[in-house]
Design a binder for this molecule. Structure first.
Ligand code: SAM
Length: 173
């Protein structure tokens, strides 16, 4: 089959990744994604396909491994319960920022991808951070001292930042 045979537009999910991204290996947060060039607001940073685990797989396997630090909440196949999904691609590499997240994420349950989008203009050299949500973090926040600063939250797009971004932080540990 060639892509031309897949003429049903609904059966396609365009893929995209912003230029000028690097993975830095030794940050205070572990590995992290950084910009090496300026990125404009609303740029799609990455479209990450996900691997959806069944509830049984989560209970018996993934929650007993390091995967529990990477999975997002996701509806189960029946749509009646919630399970977890692992973002492939860059989706598992974004660190959390409580006050200065510059990337929003939105789940597409139909095509099983998470789309990561710049919430504001991002300067070369900045780390790309998402919000893991408002629940208690399971690690010591490397930005803790910075969070006390009187800086204003630079996100204009509160809806994307705080309503859609509630999965990772709810992981049970
Ligand atoms: C989804 S992974 C992100 C990629 C991770 N840094 C790595 O090297 O694999 C989540 C993990 O990153 C680390 N992390 C993310 N945000 C952090 C933060 N604000 N402060 C400290 N560690 C953070 C924590 O170890 C957390 O369990």
């Amino acid at each position: 089959m060639s892509v031309n045979d897949a003429d049903d537009e609904d059966a396609r999910q365009p893929l995209s990744r912003a230029n000028g991204l690097v993975l830095v290996m030794n940050t205070p947060k572990g590995r992290g994604v950084f910009a090496t060039q300026d990125i404009s607001r609303s740029t799609v940073i990455d479209v990450s396909p996900v691997l959806v685990f069944s509830q049984e797989e989560v209970e018996k396997h993934t929650q007993h491994t390091c995967l529990q630090h990477y999975t997002y909440y996701w509806p189960s196949k029946s749509g009646k319960t919630t399970t977890q999904a692992l973002a492939l691609g860059l989706g598992s590499m974004f660190n959390h920022s409580t006050r200065a997240q510059n990337v929003g994420w939105k789940r597409n349950f139909e095509t099983e991808v998470i789309v990561y989008t710049a919430l504001r203009d991002i300067k070369a050299g900045e780390e790309l951070c998402i919000s893991y949500g408002h629940a208690r973090l399971w690690f010591e926040d490397a930005d803790a001292n910075n969070n006390d600063d009187d800086e204003t939250d630079s996100n204009d797009d509160k809806d994307l930042a705080e309503i859609e971004l509630s999965g990772l932080g709810r992981m049970e540990l």
